[in-house]
Design a protein around this ligand. Structure first.
Ligand code: ZN
Length: 346
């Protein structure tokens, strides 16, 4: 599994801090403290346990050096996992507690990804995120940063929950209208957008986001399972659903991998892909998630290739890069690219 090339569309920088990185950022980190504060999340944790770990990790990533170390290590993790292309979520304003400007955060991470590319040849792009409870001006600033860095490792804009303020049924804490101007501004400029549903979002809020923001992809799309009409709309629009099955089981949102909606959505013709979300808060890799899908859901190379192709086609990578990666995927899986056959027949 490790050797198979993979595409990952949904991974957060701050949720993948390994011990050696935490220790280099803060020399007081012992293995025990690391498990207590950053990793070691129990299965079916209380929401506050999950929030505390994500927030503690963000607390460490407040300097240029810390961001550089975290990016380098995350790309190393992707390389070890056979990932050939990844889109990493970064919310610049969450890294400004100790004086970094949001622009500086983006610049440091972009430069670090460039450097990591030269060392590993792993292609990565950033999704610059605002958070649900952020004020309008903050979302507009992130949208402007997305435009400024678009094409320079930044591939799109996203809306996610605030990792430090995540509570169940949090829809009352924010309004879709707050972020509308940011989404509208990016839509006018043809810059791709993604929204995260997560377990804290109700189905009505997801309807609002889908209607107003017209995202190309939805992260943590589980709430759409409660609404057949919404599923119909998403299938019709070819909206891609990013699913993180290991995380959903870990958080107790799904009892067992066999019951995960991934399989049903895939068979029903939705565009879906498999991601980790965070490789430390959810202690998994894509290789391990694939192995679990193979064992529990009887997934074979056919399903893994299909999901990787869907991820690649729905990614925000430029067309020439997509073509290169598509070739690598089909070659590694020993399958001819069906698009080529179609072209030849014409
Ligand atoms: Zn996520």
């Amino acid at each position: 599994m490790q050797k198979l090339p993979k595409v990952e569309l949904h991974v957060h920088l701050e949720r993948a801090l390994r011990f050696q990185v935490a220790r280099r950022i803060d020399a007081d980190f012992t293995p025990q403290r690391y498990v207590r504060e950053l990793a070691g999340l129990p299965t079916m944790p209380r929401p506050d346990q999950y929030t505390a770990r994500r927030c503690a990790a963000l607390g460490l990533l407040q300097s240029e050096e810390a961001l550089r170390l975290a990016v380098k290590d995350l790309v190393q993790q992707l390389a070890e996992d056979g990932v050939i292309y990844a889109e990493i979520r970064l919310a610049p304003f969450l890294h400004t507690r100790e004086g970094l400007s949001p622009e500086n955060v983006v610049r440091v991470v972009v430069n670090s990804l460039d450097r990591a590319y030269h060392d590993t040849h792993i292609e990565t792009r950033l999704i610059l995120c605002t958070v649900q409870t952020a004020p309008e001006i903050q979302s507009e600033t992130v949208a402007q940063l997305t435009e400024r860095f678009w094409g320079i490792r930044v591939a799109g804009f996203g809306l996610m929950e605030d990792p430090c303020r995540a509570v169940r049924n949090s829809d009352a804490l924010w309004s879709v209208k707050t972020h509308f101007s940011a989404f509208a501004w990016l839509t006018e400029r043809g810059i791709p957008r993604v929204v995260d549903a997560e377990e804290t979002v109700g189905v009505e809020r997801l309807w609002e986001m889908v209607t107003l923001y017209v995202p190309r992809r939805i992260g943590h799309a589980l709430p759409c399972m409660d609404d057949a009409d919404l599923q119909l709309l998403l299938r019709f629009r070819r909206t891609h659903l990013e699913l993180c099955p290991a995380r959903d089981v870990q958080l107790g949102l799904i009892g067992d991998l066999r019951e995960h909606p991934l399989e049903g959505l895939y068979r029903a013709g939705h565009l879906v892909s498999v991601s980790t979300d965070g490789r430390v808060t959810t202690p998994t890799t894509l290789s391990e998630t694939y192995a679990a899908l193979q064992e529990r859901c009887d997934w074979r190379r056919e399903e893994f290739l299909a999901c990787n192709i869907m991820a690649l086609e729905s990614s925000f990578a430029p067309p020439e890069l997509k073509a290169q990666l598509r070739k690598r995927l089909y070659q590694a899986y020993g399958v001819h690219d069906p698009r080529k056959k179609r072209r030849r027949r014409r």
